[in-house]
Design a binder for this molecule. Sequence first.
Ligand code: UDP
Length: 234
Amino acid sequence: MLYEGKAKQIFETNNPNEVIVRFKDDATAFNAQKRGSVDLKGEMNNAITTLIFEYLSQKGIATHFIKQLDEREQLVKKVNIIPLEMVVRNYSAGSMAKRLGVEEGIKSPVTIFDLCLKNDELGDPLINDHHAVFLGVATYEELDEMYELTSDINDILIELFGRMNIILVDFKIELGKTADGKIILADEISPDTCRLWDKETMKKLDKDRFRRDLGEVTEAYVEIYERLKKVLGK
Ligand code: UDP
């Protein structure tokens, strides 16, 4: 094992350019102050991330994904994760709603991009482009490229989730650099990293069910997987 995070483990393989990601059922929230476990979460996030990364790749997005290995594991290209969380918001929710003192669920007339520094000790603080350049984690040119990639991913995901009768409220992605310096999509895209609301009932079908003790957490992840399979004809 190379690395263990809150929801995933990373293992080395015989190929120095490839690693295995193993999805755990462990769940944490509020900077790991709340801890628990969600049945089937690892399997669902592995399956959902697989389908979404394959779909994005068909649409021309470069990702680290190579193939699914089994229920919990996938083989991916080894990258150096850029220590920035790229957060995209189409509607107000979560920390932004709190910070701005607005209610959740207001559709934004513009796509909102937030940058957070990946640093557990500091609680992943919200930063801006200048801070990122100051810290040396990206150049302005790289940030331009990262926002463009993130925006393209948002467009594709809004359309995909729309067909599933789901509103993509917000999400977080992580980007990585390959050995030859290319910036590609890494990590995961799942109900752990997106806010997903049913278009008709506005029911939350994502990790907020765990964060806010809303119940039916496993059911929400399974529901997203089933709808995704249906629209992709899998
Ligand atoms: N998010 C994430 N990991 C984090 C923080 C946020 O995947 O460490 C996702 C979260 O699920 C949501 C979006 O990023 O879809 C925006 O989250 P927000 O900043 O509102 O923070 P939260 O309210 O989740 O603390």
